[in-house]
Every structure is written in structure tokens, then in C-alpha cells.
Ligand binder design. Sequence first.
Ligand code: ZN
Ligand code: ZN
Length: 315
Amino acid sequence: MQNRDMVIRRPILQLVAMVLLPVLGVAQSKSVAKALAAKTQVVMLGTGTPYADPDRFGPATAIVVNGTPYLVDCGPGVVRRIAQAHKNGVEGLTPQKIGVLFITHLHSDHTVGYPDVMLSPAVIGRPGPLEVYGPKGLDEMTSYILKAWQKDIDIRVNGMEKGNAKAYVVHPHEIKAGVVYKDANMTVTAFPVKHGTWDESWGYRFDTPDKSIVISGDTAPTEAIAENCQGCDLLIHEVYSQAGLLSLPAERREYHRRFHTSTAELAKIAEAAQPKLLVLDHVLFWGTTPESVVAEMRSAGYSGKVVLANDLDVF
Ligand SMILES: [Zn+2]
Ligand SMILES: [Zn+2]
């Protein structure tokens, strides 16, 4: 989940902070507090697919570094899930603090929550614009959404509510492969993946002070995943159940083979990528269970650490 050094050091810091200091009547030292706060948290906001599973919201992941959240994809329910994660104790994650969003591709299951991320935090106090990075077509989608809610934005900004006009500004950035974002907390590298007939679909690598994270987005098997992970701390990859696929009609199987990655295919990719932890996300079960999907990964030959993500898991 993180580099070995931090794995050993952090529990010791936590022990000092949570047990020893209060016992000794000493307030938590500033350096301990700072070390704890610097930890990168990866929050699985939505681990679902277009199937409307009430336990798995639409695809969305937050990476929180030094109290600043960065959002990846915005499936249905994303802003409520952000609020839930905050309630669960992820301090840096609130709807108002979402100022940067990365979109893997424009499929509806990954973008139905885009108007929600644009508008709901603006109503409740986001201080400024939303910066959004994603594929070709993002500019157009953004301007259509703003147009669809034009009357709402007008009445909120110019009416009795006296809303902050700056909070309703959205800056879309259509990206090219390579480093697409950099600040003191992280460097973000985009790489193209193969999502069937989509003209553009992106995977992302996030490098923070204490963690490297690769998010596959939706993709059929692609070598870019292993090339970009290379022993990364966390590889979050989409997958479908091989056994589940066989229960589908033949023409549906072909579609999914071209657009997504099977457990057998992911086992090979992950063996090459060597992540410290593989996180199965956006899982198409088709009647199979989380346990059987993990078992498929094992029987396909993956020997590394693997978990199947649930909504609101934090890594
Ligand atoms: Zn997709
Ligand atoms: Zn999807």
C-alpha cells in the first residue's frame, strides 16, 4: 500500500500519538501531527458499473494529500459519497474542497456526476473554479452542462442567494499523454488505454510524497498499465469475471472482450506490473461474487497482494 519505510514508521508514530502521549499527559507533538497529516489517502467513492447496484455507486476515486482532495471520475452519487467519506473520518475530503477533477473517459457511468461536482459544491461554498482534465470532447460536454443549468446558475448568482460567481466557473483541459498536472502534492501523468472503439480513454499515474498510484480507467488489456506501474504502491484496475462472461449471450461477450479486462488477463498484467497492492475496481460480476472474482485472479496465476474494493474503502 505504501513504501516499506512508511509502513514501518507510521504505526510507530500512531502508537506514540494515540497511546503514549496521552498516557504521559503530553499533547500530540507538531511533528507527529504533520507526519500523520502528510499521509496520502486513496478513497474508493464508487466501485460500481452502469448496473445500478445500491451498494456500489458510480465510478469515482479521491486521492487526498496534505488535506487536499483530487477526484478521479464522477459517477452517479459522487458528491454524497464524498460527504459520507468525510463523515467516516477522511478529514481533507469535503464537497467544497474539490477543485481538481481528472476524467478517464466520457462514458456516462463515469460522468453522470459531473454536473453534481460542478454545481452542488458551488452552492454550498466552493471558493473558486473547478479545474477538469480529460479526453477530447470534455470542452463540449462541459459547455453543454453549463448551458443546461444556465437558469439555475443565473438565479443563484444574480438572485437573492447572491452566490459566488467564481465557484460556478469550470475550466476544462483536454489533455495529451504525459504530465498533465503538477503541484506541491502530486504529479499526474496521463497515458492512453484501449477502451474498445473510444477515440480517447486515459489511465493516470499519481505520484505523491509517499505513494504512487495507477488508475486504469476502463480498458481492455494494455501494456501501458505495467509500464506505468512498475512496482507502484497501488494499482487500481477494472476487471470482469471470466466465469460471469460465459453466462452472457455471445454478442455481449465480444463487446466486453474489446472494452474491458478479464480476471485471466489482469492476472498477467499485474504479474508484469508488480504493484504492492492490486485493487480490483469497477468489477463486472454477472452473478459471481467478490470472493469468486479474487479466486479467479489466483487460479489465473496472480500471486501478489490483491483486494476487491468496496465503496468508501480507504487505502
Ligand atoms: Zn467505459
Ligand atoms: Zn465504466
